[in-house]
Structure formats: C-alpha cells, structure tokens
Design a protein around this ligand. Structure first.
Ligand code: CA
Length: 240
C-alpha cells in the first residue's frame, strides 16, 4: 500500500481546483479549455464581486486573477481576500506590464504574476509552482490525539504505527484533521475528494468506513465521529 501512495503522488498535482477570475470571455475560455484538458478542475467568475464571493467560499487550490475587472478590480479583490485571512495562492494576470502594478499587487497579497499575452504552458507551470509552494507552507504535520498525518510525505501514523490509507482515505483524513475538532460537512468532504464534479454520498460513506476501519478499529479510542445527517468530525472526544 505504501507503494500505491507513492504512485498516486505523481498525480497529486492534477485535479487542482482553480478559480479563474477574468472578464474577457475569449481569454477566460482559452484558459479554461487548456487547463481543463490538463486535468484541472475549473471554476470561473466574470467580475470581481462574484470572484471575491467565490474565493471567500473557498475550496480552491489556486486563484488565477485578472488585474483589471469590472465591479471590483484584482488588487482590491486580493486585499479583501487577505483581510479575510484566506491564504489561497493568487496568480495575477496583467496586461499592464509596469513595475508599479507588480509592486502594488504583491503588496496586496498576490503571490505571482503573469503578463499578458502569455503562453498557456507558462501559466500552467506557474500555477503548479504556486500550489507546491502553498503546500510547503502548509506542510506541518497534523495531530489529533495519537494520530499524526504528514501532508508532504503522505504518511499517517497512529500510536507510532504506520497506517496504510487509500488515496481517498488520505484526502478525507487530511480535510478532517485540518478542521478538528470541528464538523466537516458531507459537501465539503465530497468537494475535497472530487472537486465540483460531484460523486455521491453513498460512495463518500464507503470511503469513510474504510478510513474508520484503518484509523480506529485497531485502537481503543475512536477518533472519527459520525454526525448524522451532517458530516463527520475527528476528535479525541465524541462530544468535544
Ligand atoms: Ca480584464
């Protein structure tokens, strides 16, 4: 099973969820088509106000943000996002290739820049680099009781014993541990696993019962708790 995790690791960059905020329909369509073909899960907003609302709703791995947007421009959107403590990496697109724009953008929390016109492959490379950098920053090990998950090395241990999880199990456990001891709703778990593409609740429950068998069944204290009708939470105490 460890080998399986390693094999899957090569594909971990695909399925990245991208929010594209771009008002020029032709540019947006080109980017969408290219990245979707490359395995990204795409979402789009055509103005800054909608873009901010979607960005705040969260669930994106990288935001691709045009600088010049109707309703709310890219700099203001970025500032609002950071003020709301959202640290989703932002790649800004700009036609205005001036130093001042770049400096302003970085000051407001953009992580990288691409100047229009750009090659799609360049855009993809920058997105992947930002995603990896974001993961490094969030690469700290997660702990709940004696359960430990290492997001970078893809290792899960409990009571010092290495556990073999499926890829789905790993994704779900990471999502649950990041919110521990809080509830994670069915919809958010499904989104972590499948993006916006859906998947069904029966399959989700199956993945979670496989996960439970791995992380809880061999141990006295059960950490994964079902909140009927809502979702799941992971915590040392059932009613914490
Ligand atoms: Ca624009």
């Amino acid at each position: 099973m460890q080998r399986k995790l390693d094999d899957d690791d090569h594909g971990r960059d695909t399925g990245l969820r991208i929010l594209l905020i771009e008002d020029q329909r032709d540019i947006a369509a080109n980017i969408w088509d290219f990245l979707e073909l490359r395995g990204f899960v795409m979402d789009h907003a055509a103005d800054g106000a909608n873009g901010l609302r979607m960005a705040l709703d969260g669930g994106y791995d990288v935001i691709v943000l045009d600088l010049g947007l109707p309703k709310l421009d890219g700099i203001d959107l970025c500032r609002a996002l950071r003020r709301a403590n959202r640290d989703t990496p932002v790649l800004m697109l700009t036609a205005r290739d001036t130093l001042q724009d770049k400096l302003t953008g970085f000051a407001e929390g953009a992580d990288d820049y691409v100047v229009k016109p750009f090659a799609m492959k360049e855009l993809e490379a920058r997105i992947r680099a930002l995603y990896r950098r974001g993961r490094m920053q969030h690469g700290d090990r997660l702990h709940v009781a004696d359960l430990v998950l290492d997001p970078l090395d893809h290792v899960v241990e409990r009571a010092g014993r290495k556990l073999n999880l499926t890829r789905a199990g790993f994704v779900l456990l990471e999502a649950l541990m990041r919110k521990s001891p809080n509830l994670v709703r069915h919809g958010d778990l499904a989104h972590a696993l499948w993006g916006d593409g859906g998947g069904d609740i029966a399959t989700l429950h199956t993945h979670l019962s496989v996960l439970r068998a791995t992380i809880d069944r061999p141990f006295d204290i059960h950490l994964l708790h079902t909140v009927h009708g809502f979702g799941y939470r992971i915590a040392e105490h059932a009613n914490a």
